[in-house]
Design a protein around this ligand. Structure first.
Ligand code: DX5
Ligand code: ZN
Length: 219
């Protein structure tokens, strides 16, 4: 069984002590840092953006896993890449048409970075199949995007399983990431469906011992 990677979402971190929080999750063994950008338009919340990413991106060795929950992702993609995104994941529901999806993937690949697409809980997996050959990552949302601390939506499990099947049958490289309501129980269910990367915010940051939480997601 491959070992799943963990991407703590700093949306749930203590922003009054961000340097310490980033150092702690890195020491706790996280391979990725999940950076949740919310614009108050595509989602009903506003989080943080380019200046914050710029200030933290090079202060650690984890992969900057940037999840942009914003309208007009094509307009902002390059600025997030320049600010330090290693993976830039935009929302299928935020683009105008299929052609624009390929355009954004090209913008990301031109900078030598990894391109991800995210689908909300009510978006069916088959809308992204046509892009998977070009994509490096597909992010299955197991909550409605906008907030940490929500309950896991179980329909994510068959979406992960369908994507796993499609990616394996077509011998594609695309990674599968799941995001929202991930804890020890839901992490196991997602691992059993073949997920590659687990995003977790509140499950990790609500605890004192980040290493114990991260290891509990992997076992
Ligand atoms: C929600 C974000 C998630 C969220 C995860 O819109 O994309 O990354 O921060 O937080 P938890 O793990 O607490 O659901
Ligand atoms: Zn996220």
């Amino acid at each position: 069984m491959k070992n799943v990677k963990v991407s703590p979402s700093i949306l749930s971190a203590d922003f009054n002590d961000l340097r310490k929080e980033i150092k702690s999750i890195e020491e706790a063994g996280a391979e990725y840092l999940h950076f949740d950008v919310m614009d108050g338009h595509f989602v009903d919340n506003i989080s943080f953006g380019i200046p914050v990413l710029k200030s933290i991106a090079k202060t650690h060795k984890m992969i900057n896993d940037v999840h942009i929950m914003i309208s007009e992702p094509k307009r902002y993609a390059k600025r997030f890449l320049d600010a330090g995104a290693d993976i830039l994941t935009f929302h299928y529901e935020a683009v105008k048409n299929d052609e624009e999806v390929f355009e954004i993937i090209d913008i990301i690949h031109k900078e030598g970075k990894l391109a991800g697409i995210s689908i909300k809980p009510n978006t069916p997996t088959d809308v992204v199949y046509k892009f998977l050959g070009e994509l490096d990552l597909v992010l299955v949302m197991s909550v409605e995007p906008g907030f940490g601390g929500q309950a896991f939506m179980r329909n994510a499990l068959n979406k992960i399983s369908a994507l796993r099947k499609y990616i394996d049958e077509n011998k594609l490289e695309c990674l599968i990431e799941v995001d929202g309501g991930i804890n020890e129980e839901t992490a196991k269910e997602c691992r059993d469906m073949g997920v590659d990367i687990l995003v977790a915010g509140s499950y990790i940051f609500k605890a004192d011992n980040y290493k114990k939480q991260i290891e509990a997601l992997r076992k």
